[in-house]
Design a protein around this ligand. Structure first.
Ligand code: PLP
Length: 385
């Protein structure tokens, strides 16, 4: 059975160009980049190239990029560095709709004595910016606000927010894991102190990420060990994956405009096709202010998990809520924060596209999904038949 993969906010296919560039570094050029001999030195040259490529994607300087083990590590590193650099401040701010990599870290820190403010969002998933500004204080050590939401795709106005936060001298971090490669992310224009990215969301492998640290930002490593990454992240580098991330970053930078336009066309076709054919379905999140590849659609009076299982029989792979929350039957914290009614939040499906999706695939989903919802509603005690 052909797989129709529309779960690209969970993870993406490694691009063939990326894999090709990685392969020699497993079996041929496998030296340690820290070695003195030239066999290792050749590897360190490729790491340098990867760093420059990732920097170019973000419009940063290469020395502002630290490679990490994943987006989660980048997020944890940034927040921990920020609170260590302001040890007297005990207030930290984030949003109610962050990925668990930030949300659960903040909840952990609240148990360790930090006062935490979670900024709410409105029904469309847009941030309550006045609430954020009103809660800034002399005691605030760090504000972390995601660039784009992984479930709804809603984009936050980071440029506007960061200007106010920096005026107050507070450290600002953004989780740009879902934004990078899909919309322009330019740290030469947007004055963030730290920014997280993850390889496997942009067609590089899983298990590699990067943290942008603006020059001059006080920093403390999360992994303390060897002198790798100029002492900013101990541990022998995941060489092949970093090279993959570099190539993926280069591809994303080169093709962003064309590919995001094409992906948006397919996403809109999918969304409109579904909404037209399925009654009591609605989009979650601000449709004017979203990532081009993402749509979260609620189907009232059915279970998201049941929809996923039935789509799976046709080879269609999507997510209910966030991939990281699947396995639990609770509606996602993002949809709850937006005030999506329980009957709709339970039946929400996230479709997230990539450059590898085709129009035929979209037509296939539009054909297969409506009868699935109709069948499930026939079985639902809540559906008024
Ligand atoms: N932040 C966001 C917004 C994400 O969507 C994800 C992954 O789903 C992460 C962080 C974590 O990235 P990683 O899986 O590389 O740890």
């Amino acid at each position: 059975m052909k797989i129709i993969y529309v779960d690209n906010n969970a993870t993406t296919q490694v691009a063939p160009e990326v894999l090709q560039e990685m392969l020699p570094f497993f079996t041929e050029t496998y030296g340690n980049p820290s070695s003195i001999h030239s066999f290792g030195g050749n590897v360190s040259y490729k790491l340098k190239e990867a760093r420059a490529r990732v920097a170019a994607l973000l419009r940063a300087a290469p020395e502002e990029i630290v490679f990490t083990g994943c987006g989660t590590e980048s997020d944890n590193t940034a927040i921990k560095a920020a609170i260590l650099s302001s040890p007297d401040k005990k207030h930290i701010i984030t949003t109610r709709v962050e990925h668990p990599a930030i949300k659960n870290l903040y909840e952990y820190l609240s148990k360790k004595g930090y006062r935490v403010t979670f900024v709410p969002v409105d029904r469309k998933g847009n941030l309550d910016i006045d609430f954020l500004y009103k809660n800034l204080s002399e005691d605030t050590a760090v504000v972390s606000i995601m660039w784009a939401n992984n479930e709804t795709g809603v984009i936050f106005p980071i440029e506007e927010i960061v200007a106010v936060i920096k005026e107050r001298g507070i450290i600002f971090h953004t989780d740009a894991v879902q934004a990078v490669g899909k919309i322009p992310v330019d740290v030469s224009k947007v004055n963030v102190d730290m920014l997280s990215i993850s390889g496997h969301k942009i067609h590089a492998p899983k298990g590699v990420g990067a943290l942008y640290i603006r020059k001059g930002t006080k920093f403390f490593p999360f992994l303390i060990g060897g002198h790798q990454e100029k002492g900013r992240r101990g541990g022998t580098e995941n060489v092949a994956s970093i090279i993959g991330l570099g190539r993926a970053g280069e591809l994303a930078a080169d093709n962003l405009e064309v590919e995001s336009g094409r992906v948006k066309f397919l996403r809109d076709k999918l969304e409109n096709g579904i909404l037209k054919r399925v009654p009591n379905s609605m989009v979650n999140g601000d449709i004017e202010n979203r990532l081009p590849n993402t749509t979260s659609i609620s189907f009232e009076f059915v279970e998201g998990e049941a929809i996923l299982l039935m789509m799976d029989e046709f080879g269609i792979c999507a997510s209910s809520g966030s991939a990281c929350t699947s396995g639990s039957l609770e509606p996602s914290h993002v949809l709850r924060a937006m005030g999506v009614p329980f009957t709709a939040a339970h039946g929400s499906i996230r479709f997230s596209l990539s450059k590898y999706n085709t129009e035929e695939e979209i037509d296939y989903i539009i054909e297969k999904l409506p009868p699935i919802i109709a069948r499930l509603r026939e079985l639902s005690p809540f559906w008024d038949k």
